[in-house]
Ligand binder design. Structure first.
Ligand SMILES: Cc1ncc(COP(=O)(O)O)c(C=O)c1O
Length: 386
């Protein structure tokens, strides 16, 4: 029973099932593929860049939108990789992770009560952060088979909505939206005058021939799009809290104001070390990142298939949804506990990503793990009786 002093927006939040799974996994000494924490090593030179940045005296607050050098490096990267032309002086804000960017966008651009579309399955932080901001989520499910965009379902919810949240490559779907799907979303956003908030944190995690498309590059979308990204995943530094957003100046300015109020700035020494690293790395780093994860995807999906937990093969990011309906449980939480007890591998029940019954069919596993950890999970799945 929440205290009377807790805000209504927070009291309504459900306790994440990830926590219960993590606790039980620790008790059992299992392999935790539940949380989206990548434990592969950061690129060489990044960690050793922190000490010199501190010794050089970069220990004070930075400008609210980040140090000049990082904004300039990000502008170059946005132009070269994403095809977005952003003015580093007025249109890029360095944030405390992409979570900070999302929080800032929710609170600077939307009013309490506004309806915000989430494609389902969604990333739980998106849902809960928009609830804390007093916004009203509107759910548009992807198709049951293959998790494709359902244009009719989106069209039906667009009237009366203020914004749409997009996440490609997607967590937990593993979808990389195609050009056709992106064009459909863009067309609906324009016809219904929706703001598009796009979380592109997995932009480099692409498999097979899938190509990342930034929504802001589609005709007529730049002026209504906030593009968010970060280095938690790309550089395996989830605890360092370094993200960014870019948007046209008219949107970036109010977001800068809120970023200053909520966070003051992103960690100074991290900004310096990350700027140096982005500048130093060439394309081979990003290609290797994608191909290493593609190998992990292939090995882990083969193990799920053999265990009778049919995966939806991810096109990007580092999560896979496995169909657990064969196990015969009514609730994904019970299926997840069963797999943890029998195979010693923890995943997250699909009910964390869907509102309705569809979520009970799925469990999400994270394969962004170092090879010994993933190998252990694969071996344990192979010998388990599920
Ligand atoms: C879709 C998505 N966005 C954002 C984040 C968090 O990013 P950051 O560490 O930059 O706040 C995650 C982490 O799991 C994620 O899956």
């Amino acid at each position: 029973m929440p205290s009377q002093y807790v805000a209504d927006t927070v009291a309504q939040l459900a306790q994440s099932p990830i926590r219960a799974m993590t606790l039980r996994c620790t008790e059992l000494g299992g392999v935790n593929l539940g949380q989206g924490i990548c434990d592969t090593p950061p690129p060489s030179g990044l960690v050793t860049g922190i000490g010199p940045a501190a010794e050089a005296g970069h220990n004070a607050y930075t400008r609210y939108d980040g140090i000049d050098r990082l904004r300039r490096v990000l502008a170059d990267k946005l132009r070269a990789y994403n095809g977005i032309d952003a003015d580093p002086e007025h249109e890029i804000i360095v944030t405390q992770g992409s979570t900070g960017a999302f929080t800032v966008a929710m609170n600077a651009l939307l009013n309490p009560g506004d309806r915000v579309i989430l494609l389902e399955p969604y990333y739980g932080y998106h849902l809960n952060l928009l609830r804390v901001a007093g916004l009203t989520p509107v759910f548009v499910p992807l198709s049951n088979e293959g998790l494709q965009l359902d244009a009719e379902a989106l069209e039906a919810q667009a009237a009366g909505a203020k914004a749409l949240v997009l996440n490609t490559p997607g967590n937990p779907s593993g979808r990389v939206f195609t050009a056709a799907e992106m064009n459909t979303i863009a067309d609906i956003c324009k016809r219904h005058d929706l703001l598009c908030i796009t979380d592109e944190i997995y932009e480099y995690f692409l498999f097979d021939d899938h190509r990342h498309i930034s929504m802001a590059t589609l005709p007529g979308m730049r002026e209504r799009t906030v593009t968010m990204g970060g280095y938690s995943k790309t550089f395996s530094i989830t605890g360092w809290r370094l993200g960014y957003l870019t948007a046209p100046r008219a949107l970036a300015e109010p977001m800068g104001l809120v970023n200053d109020l909520y966070y003051v700035c992103a960690p100074s020494i991290v900004q310096h070390a990350v700027a140096d690293t982005i500048d130093r790395l060439d394309q081979t780093f990003y290609q290797r990142l994608a191909s290493d994860h593609e190998g992990r995807r292939d090995r882990f999906c083969a193990a799920l298939h053999k265990a009778g937990l049919e995966p939806v093969i991810p096109e990007g990011a580092y999560y896979v949804l496995a169909d657990v309906s064969r196990l015969g449980f009514d609730h994904a939480q019970d299926a997840a506990m069963h797999i943890l007890e029998q195979a010693g591998v923890a995943g997250v029940p699909g009910s964390a990503f869907w509102q309705g019954a569809e979520g009970e069919r799925w469990i999400r596993f994270c394969f962004g793990k170092d090879d010994p950890t993933l190998d252990r999970a694969i071996e344990q799945l192979a010998i388990a009786r599920l």
